[in-house]
Design a protein around this ligand. Structure first.
Ligand SMILES: C[S@@+](CC[C@H](N)C(=O)[O-])C[C@H]1O[C@@H](n2cnc3c(N)ncnc32)[C@H](O)[C@@H]1O
Length: 218
C-alpha cells in the first residue's frame, strides 16, 4: 500500500523494537505500513470516532495491532514507550497529551505532526520534559507539515526555534520561509486597509516578519 510522504516520515521516526501507541489512527494507514515494513514490539491504534474505528478495526483484522475505540492516551499501557499523534491541530494534540501526564511515565519518545500551532506544541511537549530530537518539513498537497520527534531530556531553545522550528537547515526551510513571509505580509497589508486598523496586531505582525526574515540565514 502506498502512503503519503508525511506518514512515511512519521514512520521513519519510529524506532525498531519500540512499542507504539498511535492516537487518532483514523483508517489505520500508518499501522498497515508499520506491520508490513517494520519490526516493532507492539502497536496500539486509538480512534475516538465510531466510523473510522470500524474501518481501522477491519483493516487491521488478523494483525497483532490492538485497536481501541477510545479517547487520547487514557488507555495507554505500561509497555508503550512511543506515542504518535498526527494530523490534528496543535491545541488538540496538547490537550490529549496533558489530559493525564502520569500516563506519559514510560513514554520516552513522542512523534507529532500538528497541522497548525506548532509553536504551542513545541513549548508544551518541551515543558513536559522532552527535547527535540529531529524535526523535518514535508511539503504535500500544497502544505508544509512539521514532523517532530521529541525524546526525554532538556535543552534550551530560542524563541525563534519555538516559533519557526529547529530545522532551518532543512532543504525546504527556505521555501517555507518565503511562503510564510508572503502570508504574513499579505495579512499586514489587509490589516492596514481595515477601517480602523488594529495597531497592536500590526506591530506584532511586523515584529514577527523581522524575526522570521532574520532566522536561519547562516
Ligand atoms: C485527520 S485524522 C489523522 C489521521 C492520521 N493520524 C494521519 O496523520 O493521517 C485525525 C483523527 O484523530 C481522531 N481523533 C481526534 N481526537 C481524538 C482523540 N481524543 N482520541 C482519539 N482519536 C482522536 C479523529 O477522529 C481522526 O480520525
Amino acid at each position: 500500500m502506498k502512503i503519503s510522504n508525511r506518514l512515511l516520515t512519521i514512520a521513519s521516526f519510529i524506532e525498531d523494537n519500540s512499542f507504539v501507541m498511535d492516537v487518532g489512527a483514523d483508517h489505520g494507514q500508518l499501522e498497515i505500513y508499520l506491520v508490513d515494513n517494520r519490526k516493532l514490539n507492539g502497536i496500539i491504534a486509538v480512534e475516538n470516532k465510531v466510523g473510522p474505528y470500524s474501518i481501522l478495526k477491519n483493516a487491521l483484522n488478523g494483525t497483532d495491532v490492538r485497536c481501541i475505540l477510545g479517547d487520547g492516551i487514557k488507555q495507554i499501557t505500561e509497555e508503550v514507550d512511543t506515542v504518535v499523534i498526527a494530523g490534528m491541530g496543535g491545541n488538540l494534540i496538547v490537550d490529549i497529551l496533558k489530559d493525564d501526564i502520569t500516563k506519559l511515565r514510560n513514554v520516552k519518545h513522542i512523534v507529532v505532526d500538528a497541522h497548525r500551532d506548532n509553536e504551542l506544541v513545541r513549548r508544551a511537549i518541551i515543558g513536559l520534559g522532552y527535547k527535540i530530537d529531529k524535526e523535518v518539513i514535508v511539503f504535500e498537497n500544497k502544505k508544509y507539515y512539521f514532523v517532530i520527534s521529541f525524546k526525554k531530556g532538556s535543552t534550551k531553545y530560542s524563541d525563534e526555534q519555538y516559533e519557526f522550528g529547529t530545522c532551518y537547515k532543512d532543504p525546504l526551510f527556505k521555501q517555507f520561509k518565503e511562503f510564510e513571509l508572503n502570508k504574513l505580509n499579505q495579512e499586514l497589508i489587509k490589516s492596514g486597509e481595515a477601517k480602523s486598523p488594529n495597531k497592536v496586531k500590526m506591530e506584532k505582525l511586523k515584529a514577527k516578519i523581522v524575526r522570521l526574515e532574520n532566522y536561519g540565514n547562516d
